[in-house]
Design a protein around this ligand. Sequence first.
Ligand SMILES: C[S@@+](CC[C@H](N)C(=O)[O-])C[C@H]1O[C@@H](n2cnc3c(N)ncnc32)[C@H](O)[C@@H]1O
Length: 264
Amino acid sequence: MDLHTDRPHPARVYDYLLGGKDNFAADRAAAQKGLEANPDSRIPPRENRLFLRRAVRFLAEQGIDQFLDIGTGIPSAPNVHHVAQGINPASRIVYVDNDPIVLAHARALLTSHPDGRTDYLDADLRDVDSILGSAVLSGALDLNRPVGLLLIAILHFIGDEHEPGEIVERLLAALPAGSYLALSHLTGDFRPEAWERVAAVYRKQGVTMRVRSRPQIERFFTGLEMVDPGLRILPAWRPDLGEPAGEPPTDAQVSVYGGLARKP
Ligand SMILES: C[S@@+](CC[C@H](N)C(=O)[O-])C[C@H]1O[C@@H](n2cnc3c(N)ncnc32)[C@H](O)[C@@H]1O
């Protein structure tokens, strides 16, 4: 397994920003450069994990018991299956990522409740066929029943040349009516220069980061019914009163939109 530890990888940089230990010197250096470019760089990952948990809880409460989580990241509990199986222990989750480090950790940490199931697929979002055609997916999820598709903080790693809109469309086309899309995405709407600097740091290391505007992110939900309150900067999406109190971050500090929508 080649972990490419000499260059930064998004999952490990993200892990470092969340305070995790599953990262290498190149990841820490990139994260530090990112922090210099934007000292609030730790806020988006934290808010993103909280959004992920609120979105999965909402879906589980709607009766969704199958999840396809693409861009899983290094596990940071509670993960999708903890939240979903906390509501319905029979929930099934397929985790997908293209990072070997995520794969290694996922196998060790993403263990299911005995009534449900967690599977792991090593695949690239840019190769939709490798996800939809995989035996792991068809073995774990019943695609005749609604699925919660999670694209949380992954699409900003997909450049326009890979047609992210088409990727989302093709994934949704394979899911039945009543399925949901939960999505979050970095935006440069509030601090374009700061995020351009962060993207440049990543670019130099060979990693695409493409922040997008609100209308560009809204387009990923074309043809779907938005769940209230629509696309919002993360802390404003169905805030949870149980989350740690304190001064809420500003929209500019968060700079990530999130939303959830149902396939009619
Ligand atoms: C910022 S992390 C987000 C993790 C998790 N979804 C969350 O919200 O906490 C992005 C994840 O997407 C994965 N990723 C990036 N590009 C990918 C691709 N083309 N295919 C599959 N996974 C990808 C990275 O390896 C990383 O684990």
